[in-house]
Design a protein around this ligand. Sequence first.
Ligand code: 13P
Length: 342
Amino acid sequence: MNKQELIDTARKLVAGDKGLLAMDESNPTCNKRFAGLGIPQTEEARRAYRELILTTPGLGDCISGVILYDETIRQQKKDGTPFVTVTTDAGIIPGIKVDTGAKEMAGHPGEKITEGLDGLRDRLAEYSAMGLRFAKWRAVIAVGDGIPSRGCVEANAHALARYAALCQEAGMVPVVEPEVLMEGAHTLERCGEVTEEVLRTVFNQLHTQRVAPEGMLLKPNMVLPGLSCPKQEPADEVADATVRCLLRAVPAAVPGIAFLSGGQSAELASSRLNAMNARFKSRLPWDLAFSFARAIQQPALEIWKGNEANVTAAQLALHHRAFCNRAARRGEYNSTMERRRT
Ligand code: 13P
C-alpha cells in the first residue's frame, strides 16, 4: 500500500468545492426507481441512464468523484467508450460500491447487517486494475423502539472496518458509510445520540483494524428528525446538531466528510449542507462535502423517464443540482438559485 497515494486521492475527492455523485444503485434498487416512473427495467435502460449522467456537460466542474456499480463499470457509451474512461476523461475520479447489500440480521428483528466481505480482496484487486480509485460500503442502522441494538451497531462497524482495511491494502480509498435511517418518528436529539454512538463504534473498529484515518472518507447521515416526527427543525438547527455530533466522534485526521442524502428532498439537502458550511466551515478540521445519490439524480430521472428526447433537459437538471451543492460547500447556496437554472 502506498499511503501517500491514498491520502492524495482522499484529499482530491473533497478538495475545493466539489463533491461526490453516488450512481451506484444495485440493479434491484435502480429497477425500483425506474419502475416508479414507468421506465423499462432492463440492462439497456440502466446503461442509457448511466450514459446520460456521465456525459452531462460540465459535470466535472462540480463533481470530483462518482460511485459506480459493478454492472456499470463493464458497460460502454453508445460509441463504445468504456464508462470508466468516460469518467476519467471528464476529470472525475471513478469509484465503486463493493458491499453486496444489507440483509436481515439473525436474532435482531427489524435490523440489518451488510454483507460482502467474502472474496472482497480479489474483487478489489480487479477493480483497482480497472482504474477504480475508491470504494464504498453502506451499513444501515434503523431507529425505533429498542433499536438500534448494540449487536447490530457492533457487527456493522466491524464489517465496515474490515472492508476499509482491505480497501487500503488494495490502494483504494474507503468511503465508510454508516447510515442512520430517517424512517420513523424519532426526534433530532435521538438521531444525534444514535449517530454519535454509531460513529464512535465505527471509529473504534477502524482503529482496531489499523485503518489510516488520513486515507479514508466518512459518508454519514446528517443529524435529522425522523421523517414522521411532528417537529422538523430548520436548517440551522440541523447544522448545529450535525456538526456537534461529528466534532465529538470523527478524528481530525480524516480529510473529509461527504454526506449521503438519505431521502431528503434535493433542496433540503442543499440548504442543510449550506447551513453547515456557512456557519462552521472555517472552524472545522475536515471538509464538509456531499456524496448524494437521490438529492442529485432524482429531478433528472423524473425528467428523463427513459425517453431519448428528454436527455438534454435531464442533464441540465442534473448539472443544476450538482451546481447547487457546489455552492452549498462554499456556504453560498440560497433558494433563489432554484428559480434560475445554471
Ligand atoms: P442517497 O444520497 O440517495 O442517500 O444515496 C447515497 C448512497 O450512496 C447510499 O448508499
